[in-house]
Design a protein around this ligand. Sequence first.
Ligand code: SF4
Length: 328
Amino acid sequence: MAVTDSITEQVLYDIAYEANRRAAIALPVDGVAAFRDAHEHETRTMARFILGQVLENAELAVADDRPMCGDTGLPRYYVKAGNDARIEGGFIGMERAFRQAVADATHDLPLRANRVHPLTRKNAGNNVGVFAPSVDYSFEPDADWLEVTVVHKGGLFGTDYRMLFPADGTDGVKRFLLDNLAAFARRGLSCPPVVIGVGLGGAKDQCVSLSKEAACLRMMGDSHPDPDVAALEQELLELANKTGFGVMGVGGDTTALDVHVEVAYTHTGGLPVAISQFCLAYRRATVRVEADGTFEFRDEPGWFTPYYRREGIDWAREMRPDEMQTRA
Ligand code: SF4
């Protein structure tokens, strides 16, 4: 691929600012569809009323050009960089633009200045600080574009981790999900209905990260490409909604709008599992910037590509039976 252009810092600032604006204000299309569906099928009066209010609030936020929730969460970036992407000022320039965009969006929209020093509670007033906003990266072969997703993750409560034994299996995962929902969703602490991300496997940090990405960076209604994982997603979704906790924990048919499970190969001795809940302020915006600086906002975050999941790339060859015997 011939690459001659580079993406300028100004373009990156512009798209980051606009992505923060869109994320804060407008529910993504999959969010609108999921809330409408939940509202249509809700059988309990109070829950149906509240879901109607959520939908009305979403419309008013767009009409008034104001954030959909007074708590605007924690702005963060996910960047998928084409292997051939070229950036003026490099990634350092890009992150400078991203920080400035968060500070300006905090002032202009406004976003609530949520980011504080954890000990002193010092607040710079602009959502910028130590490790803030966070920027996570993934890469894509044969591409020269950048895809930037802004997430304003709410649901301060609702994320948890548990190390299971392999023998606990899917029953252990279900038990953990129920404990997690009882602890947070039942009391409205995570503002349900939520999108639940489940990380299964990997190491502890990877497991927790995967759960957050699963909650925030997949389209509602999609399924994992592995049929076993997809079946577990469906089972967990049905289980979550059988709890009857419902919107804001008032009792209702929809506690979870969707469940996304992401798996990573893990240590043979354990079954790490993490859960993240993405609250009803479902805030996400994605933009693709081409090598010539033109850009387009997209519905799909496009984060979980086959390459990102490392599907089908240069696996080490499998051991022969005689080699396995030697190891044993
Ligand atoms: S959890 Fe979500 S909906 Fe609830 S207050 Fe926070 S941002 Fe708003």
